[in-house]
Design a protein around this ligand. Structure first.
Ligand SMILES: [Zn+2]
Length: 297
């Protein structure tokens, strides 16, 4: 109906922040089924669409843009990836390097270096291995039940971690950083923030960001919320505002009253990136006219 340029014009939103977890032609059992996985060809087509209409910017440029608080003059995007999977090193980074597109990778510090496995990945493995579909309905607090279930069935998450090495290692991250990519915290253990206390939210956030900053000597501090920032209150933002440069949510194209919290567009749906972005803009324009395009906290 509308062209991309018309939609951007109507919305007044020139910055977009698409995000993914993984790109692969051979999805692994620990995430297959959790979200639709884009193939290399689909991902490449989505990048071509993005650079056709938007200028790729780095995290440093994005931080500067937000700090200056000026009107953004050019249509631009910054790409981010959550969960710190090894495919970012083996598949995604080579494609981005080729196309000269910067990106930020958000890491769970409890899982980095294959120290432990995200409970949703454990559930996904049990679904793929034993058809135990109900596993995916279990909330964060039920990790022990998942562990007991796996043990009963004789499935070892430890062996899987050792054999598959699903996560980025410190040396891979060092190499990505030296290639110009940026990293940030994604909490330690990937809890659902609205289910944990303010103190736990702060510890999950700051411990993950600070340990990465120290280990990799980062000059910036950024964080993306595990799952969603839905239900995270004002006090949290007040406490972290002076300590972090930017935080990232997953609510699509949306303004946030916490103005250093930027909302991103999830690109893992069963349709093309172009369709996802156009639909996001279309809804934003509708909500703008209805006065519903801002998240209140
Ligand atoms: Zn995540």
């Amino acid at each position: 109906m509308f062209s991309v340029n018309q939609l951007v014009g109507l919305s007044g939103q020139k910055l977009i922040l698409p995000f993914y977890h993984v790109v692969s032609d051979e999805p692994k059992a620990h995430y297959d089924g959790l979200y639709p996985i884009k193939s290399v060809a689909e991902f490449t087509a989505e990048l071509d669409f993005l650079v056709k209409y938007f200028k790729p910017i780095s995290l440093t440029e994005l931080i500067a843009l937000k700090k200056e608080g000026k009107r953004i003059s050019e249509k631009c995007f910054h790409l981010t990836f959550d969960d710190g999977l090894k495919e970012l090193y083996t598949i995604v980074a080579p494609i981005l390097r080729e196309k000269n597109i910067p990106a930020t990778f958000f890491i769970n510090t409890d899982f980095m270096d294959n120290k432990a496995l995200f409970y949703r990945f454990k559930a996904s493995l049990l679904v793929n291995e034993f058809g135990a579909k109900g596993m995916l309905d279990l909330p964060f607090g039920c990790e022990e039940e998942i562990d007991v279930f796996a043990e009963t069935l004789g499935f070892s998450f430890e062996d899987y971690l050792q054999n598959e090495q699903p996560y980025l290692t410190s040396s891979q991250i060092t190499e990505l950083i030296s290639d110009g990519f940026t990293i940030g915290g994604h909490s330690k253990s990937h809890p659902l923030y609205k289910d944990i206390s303010l103190n736990e939210q702060l510890a999950e956030t700051m411990d993950s960001v600070n340990s990465l900053t120290e280990q990799f000597k980062l000059a910036y501090k950024v964080f993306s919320f595990p799952f969603t920032d839905d239900g995270v209150g004002k006090e949290f933002y007040q406490k972290i505002n002076s300590q972090l440069d930017l935080t990232f949510g997953t609510a699509g194209i949306k303004k946030d009253v916490a103005d250093m919290n930027l909302q991103r567009i999830g690109m893992e749906e069963n349709r093309s990136g172009a369709d996802i972005i156009k639909a996001q803009y279309f809804y934003y324009v509708l909500k703008k006219f209805a006065g519903k395009n801002q998240i209140k906290r």
